[in-house]
Design a protein around this ligand. Sequence first.
Ligand code: BT5
Length: 261
Amino acid sequence: MTSVPAPHPALDPARLATPQGWRVEIIETTLSTNALVAERARAGEEAGLVVVTEHQTAGRGRLDRVWETPARAALTFSVLLRPDAPSHDWPWLPLLAGYAVQAALADRLPDIALKWPNDIMVEERKIAGILVERIDTPQGPAAVVGVGINVSQTLEELPVALATSVELETGEPVDRTGLLGQVLGSLHGLQGLLLDPEALRTAYADVCSTIGRVVDVHLPADEVRRGEALDVDARGALVVSSADATFTVGAGDVIHVRPQQ
Ligand code: BT5
């Protein structure tokens, strides 16, 4: 006899803990919650809109990559923020979002960590990703903070080998509604850290597993540089020491080369 996996239950708006001042809309399906929230922001929406979808069919990653999740097995949502922080501190926002999501998951997953800049990982397996987009709107610049968390996917439901889900890691069923409330609460509660970049830097560095590792840095023009990641600087850039120089990386991807000692 073959066992049929239990269907994934829907999110339950009646049980969702919504942070004060935020407005959560749950929709059955959309191409990309980031695209939808950006459209609403350009049409004048106030900060605090959260759009969650049960099935995101054309999820976006960074650098034109894709984010793939099956219906009702993940959390896929975007939050509209209009931060008060000076514009030179906005590059911290993607790192702050990653920090807040890992903090919300840390009680269930003690081995969770951040791979710079904002991949949420359990060892070398990615469990959640962040896409922050800055957009221009009639009321000024806004940020769309997109979050994708793998919650109840089985191994077969994950799109790449180095990925995992909360249920795969804990071996226990997860109530997505409860987890969504926790993650929103963490993002809401920690957003003020953007006004204190030094405190954010310290908190971020503490959970960033890239620091101290040998990394290959993939730079935009297909250039790869290898070195040891030393720290994160005051702008959130990664400081890397190679044989001939110390350099900082503001944008790009890193690959952890050697396992952590
Ligand atoms: C990210 O990009 O990790 C950002 C993901 C952001 C997704 C959220 S969902 C709600 C909101 N609306 C959107 O349209 N997007 C946001 P990046 O670091 O570029 O990683 C993308 C890469 O991760 C892909 O090229 C795959 O290799 C891998 N990947 C795709 N889906 C994955 C998944 N479910 N779990 C783990 N890895 C995945």
